[in-house]
Write a protein that binds this ligand. Structure first.
Ligand SMILES: NC(=O)c1ccc[n+]([C@@H]2O[C@H](COP(=O)([O-])OP(=O)(O)OC[C@H]3O[C@@H](n4cnc5c(N)ncnc54)[C@H](O)[C@@H]3O)[C@@H](O)[C@H]2O)c1
Length: 253
């Protein structure tokens, strides 16, 4: 059992989906958690439902000032920071030829820019705690291309490279940085992909997922890996990215 007793955690994109499951898992392991999300009402409601002292703060990860304020609010609320999970993310599912310049840049800004800003803002607090961990939510889309997901794939590849650079630069401060690469996981994001994928695939979405990864992943199955990487059991794991996809990317066919 992963033990995070007394650890103080900030999780972005925590109002729902995988972020919410991560908050539940970290809390169950003994951590105190602050959730930050652009959906302020949603994240406050989620924090209240989770209980255990969980705090919800509004924060758009595309704004450096909002990220700085969220980190300060977390430090104030739980007395410091030991763990950061960069989970906030968006997708836009369109072919590259139909994708607007603004749409491409928006996906990069939230997914890769958001992780960069949170790392930058959180490092002083993590260093002040004597070190800590960062887990970035990448995706198997960061390891391969995929139809309709050009901006998303580019953004998640950037998250993986950012993870590696941060791991190297922050090692002296005793801060480990790793990434997680889920396959399709049962959340609203996956639900939003059903219609666009059905529009281009000869195989219905559900059958495609069953064929490629057996079933959809559960948010808790991603949260388990995040908790492990955030714990001392992973003390020699640094700069790595872990695929959690039921075998999707392992297959030749
Ligand atoms: N669901 C999947 O199949 C899947 C697969 C691989 C990776 N991921 C990644 O997992 C993470 C969580 O995805 P999910 O499936 O739970 O999606 P979701 O859409 O259910 O939740 C995403 C959360 O991020 C928040 N968010 C969006 N933009 C934000 C911003 N600018 N600032 C702060 N918060 C913001 C949303 O309000 C929401 O609460 C994302 O990074 C996503 O790319 C998801």
């Amino acid at each position: 059992m992963t033990d995070l007793t007394g650890r103080r955690a900030l999780v972005t994109g925590g109002a729902q989906g995988i972020g919410r499951a991560i908050a539940e898992r970290l809390t169950a392991a003994g951590a105190r958690v602050v959730l930050a999300d652009v959906n302020e009402a949603g994240v406050r409601a989620t924090a209240e439902k989770l209980g255990e002292g969980t705090v919800g703060v509004g924060c758009d990860v595309t704004s450096m000032s909002e990220v700085t304020a969220a980190v300060a609010a977390a430090v104030e609320a739980i007395g410091g920071l030991d763990l950061v999970v960069n989970n906030a993310g968006i997708e836009i599912a369109k072919p590259l030829t139909e994708l607007g310049d603004d749409e491409f840049m928006r996906v990069i800004d939230v997914n890769a820019g958001g992780a960069f800003r949170v790392i930058k803002a959180a490092v002083p607090a993590l260093a002040a705690a004597g070190g800590g961990t960062v887990v970035n939510m990448a995706s198997i889309a960061g390891t391969r291309g995929g139809p309709l997901l050009g901006a998303y794939c580019a953004s998640k590849a950037a998250v993986i490279r950012l993870t590696e650079t941060a791991a190297i630069e922050l090692r002296q401060a005793n801060i480990r940085v790793n990434a997680v690469c889920p396959g399709i996981v049962s959340t609203e994001m996956a639900d939003r992909l059903v219609a666009p994928i059905n529009g281009i695939s000869p195989i219905p979405f559900d059958d495609l997922i069953a064929m490629k990864q057996g079933r959809q992943g559960e948010p808790a199955e991603i949260a388990d890996l995040v908790a492990f990487l955030s714990s001392d059991r992973a003390r020699f794991v640094n700069g790595a990215h872990y695929v959690v996809d039921g075998g999707l990317t392992a297959s030749l066919f």
